[in-house]
Design a binder for this molecule. Structure first.
Ligand SMILES: Nc1nc2c(ncn2[C@@H]2O[C@H](COP(=O)(O)OP(=O)(O)OP(=O)(O)O)[C@@H](O)[C@H]2O)c(=O)[nH]1
Length: 493
């Protein structure tokens, strides 16, 4: 059963007394807010925190005092609640995402607040990578802007499938219904072009608190849709994995001769004693003997649980390995396709070698940029390198066997960061899209040669059966760069 299906069962009406106890899913809904400067993002988040009583009394008193003179409506300036973030921003913190917690009677939430300025693509991508839903703000007077398209594109790229369009400052248009409907219509078309079908457009005034937590019926009788908080309460949690069991091994626990356990947080699927598992990359197979958590022995564990796994036989497992269900394994190979966001001024240079870190695993990888997303047009343009904040498609070529799930299927085992070995800087955050057409029969040097070819030629090679049929030849010739070119010329000819 997939995680989604499990959740559906768990959140249904109370089960009969006789039913076995089930664990309630207590994970909060994660959302990201995006908007252009001055659309009212800070005011909206402040309003959400205020109206859901997430603001502590001392903060509230300060808010009233500080905003007393600033607002001719006599309302506190909710954006001041986010002053802490502003201070962080001014200190130039690299990844600039602030997470805030609040809850309604029905659900708890974590909101990622990211700066709206164009150059902060990476911050938005960071916030969006863990979010279930994106709230996109527009100013009711201005309608959709370039920035709206950019944010919607990044959010959809990061796998977000639910959008709320907050048409804010509706009070400044005298609650104009036709204006709202036009913006909502335009936005739905944009969302559809990005493959997002679940869109709720809400006219609101963050400043006055209309249609945020409380209804705006009194001033907008023409709107009978949900408020923002009602929409958030009903939103579905993005299933962050549809794969089988995955346990990235953080630590091998060996307190004495008689006990050996493998510790980590389950990153996909579920496991119970007796299940067959494979240890990657070695491929050894064993059965689960016991699942231990910090205080008890469990008869099952699911995604999100921190566990110690005991196996029924001696196998060689070390930190960074991945323990997976035997019958639903991730993809293994030497070459993968990925999308990434470049995070540092030096960007991503063609053919450069980096450390790739995924969970506790660190591997050498060569990165070949292929194309870059043009956030204005939504098109992917061919490139040879990626500059800071660029979103690009790349080829990854590994020295040793690598294992991943596509990010679409598992956000934990499909995500990675790249570290520059010279500076130790994190230069990119990325997601695996697919294993690259079968290069696993080639050795790493050969794979690198193929991948350093112009992208279209490499693609052409991968797409044909030719390479597969020539694999023996490739292997036996122990390719040098020149020999590889000869071989390719031969195939081409
Ligand atoms: N009339 C009206 N004014 C609003 C509303 N929401 C926000 N504002 C005002 O718009 C201005 C900008 O709001 P902010 O919340 O600071 O905007 P922001 O998008 O967070 O801006 P940055 O933090 O600079 O990105 C402030 O003066 C707010 O009081 C609203 O619904 N109605």
């Amino acid at each position: 059963m997939t995680q989604t299906a499990t959740l559906a069962v768990i959140t249904e009406a109370p089960l009969a007394d006789a039913a076995p106890a089930v664990r309630r899913d207590t994970r909060p809904l994660r959302l990201i807010t995006c908007g252009s400067v001055d659309d009212g993002k800070s005011t909206l988040i402040g309003r959400l925190l205020w109206d859901t009583k997430a603001v502590k009394e001392d903060q509230a008193a300060t808010l009233h005092r500080d905003s007393g003179k600033q607002n001719d409506l006599g309302l506190p300036d909710f954006a001041l609640l986010l002053d802490g973030l502003q201070a962080e921003r001014e200190q130039g913190i690299t990844i600039d995402v602030a997470y805030r917690y609040f809850s309604s009677e029905k659900r708890s939430f974590i909101v990622a607040d990211t700066p709206g300025h164009e150059q902060y693509t990476r911050n938005m991508a960071t916030g969006a990578s863990t979010a279930d839903l994106a709230v996109l703000l527009v100013d009711a007077r201005a309608g959709l802007l370039e920035q709206t398209r950019r944010h919607a594109t990044i959010a959809s790229l990061m796998g977000i499938k639910q959008f709320v369009l907050a048409v804010n400052k509706i009070d400044l248009t005298d609650y104009d219904k036709a204006g709202f409907e036009q913006i909502a219509h335009d936005f739905k078309a944009l969302a559809l072009s990005l493959g997002v079908r679940q869109v709720t457009a809400i006219p609101m005034s963050a400043l006055k608190g209309e249609n945020v937590v409380y209804s705006g019926q009194a001033v907008m009788p023409w709107y009978d849709g949900p408020t923002l908080i009602e929409t958030l309460e009903l939103a579905t949690q993005r299933s962050n994995q549809t794969t089988g069991f995955r346990l990235p091994v953080q630590r091998v626990c060996r307190p004495g001769e008689s006990f050996r356990g493998y510790q980590g947080t389950v990153a996909g699927g579920s496991v119970k004693p007796g299940d067959s598992v494979a240890i990657l990359p070695s491929g050894q197979v064993a059965n689960v003997k016991q699942i231990v958590t910090f205080d008890l022995v469990r008869n099952a564990a699911v995604s999100g649980d921190a566990i110690t796994l005991v196996l029924d036989r001696q196998v060689d497992v070390s930190r960074g390995d991945l323990i997976v269900s035997v019958d639903a394994q991730p993809q293994t190979g030497l070459a993968f396709d990925a999308q990434l966001v470049a995070l540092q001024p030096e960007g991503i240079q063609p053919g450069k070698r980096y450390w790739l870190k995924a969970g506790a695993r660190r591997q050498r990888v060569q990165v070949q940029p292929v194309s870059q997303l043009d956030l204005h047009s939504g098109k992917w343009n061919p490139v040879e390198s990626l500059s800071m904040n660029a979103i690009g498609k790349v080829h990854l070529a590994f020295d040793e066997l690598a294992m991943f799930d596509p990010y679409e299927q598992n956000r934990a085992t499909g995500a990675f960061i790249l570290i520059d070995p010279d500076t130790n800087n994190t230069v990119a955050g990325g997601m695996i899209t697919a294993k690259r057409a079968d290069l696993s029969g080639l050795n790493a040097g050969e794979a690198r040669v193929i991948l350093s070819l112009p992208a279209d030629l490499a693609d052409q090679l991968m797409a044909t059966e030719l390479l597969a049929s020539r694999r023996d030849e490739v292997e036996s010739r122990r390719l040098t760069t020149a020999a590889a070119r000869d071989l390719i010329d031969g195939i081409d000819g």
